[in-house]
Write a protein that binds this ligand. Structure first.
Ligand SMILES: N[C@@H](CCC(=O)N[C@@H](CS)C(=O)NCC(=O)O)C(=O)O
Length: 191
């Protein structure tokens, strides 16, 4: 049975999993959930994802939620297919640097990028001082990224990993909202 990705095309968390499915060349079916109608809060949905959030996957009856955990599951299950996106666990130092990079995304990028992204959300009234504060916090973090990426090609070293891909959904969303930070912080963040 083809893997089911239950989520929303408008959700960055769903996009995080979709990017990895594409990079790993894993066939999948998107089962769309209409967040505006609260379909993620129904008893049937909560039985699969107790917090009422997208996405989750159904891999032949195996249910898994939390986008980053899903991506790691897929990277290990499909090692050798498509792009390899995690170091082998027998390489202790490469694994430690990978863990450092994924933790960096979760603590130093996602909260700040989403904070700025939500403040400049299309169609909503924005409070300019809140936008400025969110962008200032994100700028500090991106300066750190500029240093990291000045020394190595990717966030966990010289190979592309999940840690890099985890940045794409919010990175693309910020660009869409005309937030120029990703191209003005420095050449390495831009790259
Ligand atoms: N840590 C979770 C976060 C999931 C999450 O916040 N999903 C959002 C969309 S990106 C959602 O379902 N929002 C709908 C709601 O809050 O009801 C993950 O990465 O899967």
């Amino acid at each position: 049975m083809v893997l089911k990705l239950v989520g929303s095309p408008y959700s960055t968390c769903t996009a995080r999993v979709a990017v990895v499915l594409l990079e790993k060349k894993i066939p999948y079916e998107l089962i769309p959930i209409d967040l505006s109608k609260g379909q993620q809060k129904t008893p049937e949905f909560l039985a699969k994802q107790p917090f009422g959030l997208v996405p989750y996957i159904d891999d032949d009856g195996f249910i898994l939620y939390e986008s980053r955990a899903i991506c790691r599951y897929l990277a290990v299950k499909y090692r050798g297919q498509g792009t390899d996106l995690m170091p082998s666990c027998s390489d202790l130092k490469a694994t430690a640097l990978f863990e450092q990079a994924v933790a960096t995304e979760a603590t130093s990028f996602d909260p700040f990028a989403s904070g700025a992204g939500f403040e400049v959300n299309e169609g909503l009234t924005t409070d300019q001082s809140s936008v400025d504060a969110a962008v200032a916090k994100l700028t500090v973090k991106l300066n750190g990224y500029e240093l990291i990426l000045g020394k190595q090609k990717y966030l966990a070293g010289d190979d592309l990993t999940l840690a890099d891909l985890f940045h794409l959904p919010w990175g693309a969303t910020l660009a869409k909202f005309d937030c120029k930070l990703l191209t003005t912080t420095g050449p390495n963040v831009t790259r």
